[in-house]
Design a protein around this ligand. Sequence first.
Ligand code: IYR
Length: 223
Amino acid sequence: MSEQHLPLTDFIEYPQDEMIKRAEENYQQVKRRHSIRKFSDRAVPQEIIEQCILAAGTAPNGANHQPWHFVAINNPSVKSQIREQAEAIEQAFYGGRGGEEWLDNLKPLGTNANKPYLEHAPWLIAVFTKKRSEDNGEQKQNYYVHESVGIATGFLLQALHNAGLGTLTHTPKPMSFLSKVCGRDNDNERPYMLIVAGYPAEDATVPAHALEKKSLEEICDFL
Ligand code: IYR
């Protein structure tokens, strides 16, 4: 496609005091997002998930090839297959496969191989990377695939949180079983992450350890 540019018409400029307020408010809003592991089975309309995936699809990415695919799962039998297979993998992981150091580092989170939320939560969103994209029947190479899909996944989590949903990132290792369950078992796509989304259960908790965030000085230098 040849180069064509359009005027930037949707940028909004705010007065600086409002910029500061917006930046602070955004921080207050995003710091209320916590990974939760107890979900209610309350239904969440598909339309909300659709809007969040559309938001994820606006993420910056290599050459705008959009190297991602999302599979949003609400079907109880697909969710129970995912739970069964994820728990089998997690049993091996917690049984020793993760290694002593990794398993030790997870202790403050109190996680284990049981993943009931994979059935309780109304939505599981499997995120896939794509090595190549199709364009009018032609295969084109994708670039910065992991960076791009990571940013899109961040956008997705932020959108789900902003919509009023609880979220969890889940990465059973290995995750290849997701390809089969989601019908995306091909040479081009790999499972990247599973996002759990829904209302938190009444008795949902947050591990105290997860609330300890590094200070600005620890995470940033200004030169
Ligand atoms: N996938 C496992 C283990 C796990 C790994 C990390 I790194 C975490 O931050 C949390 C859990 C599980 O989901 O239990």
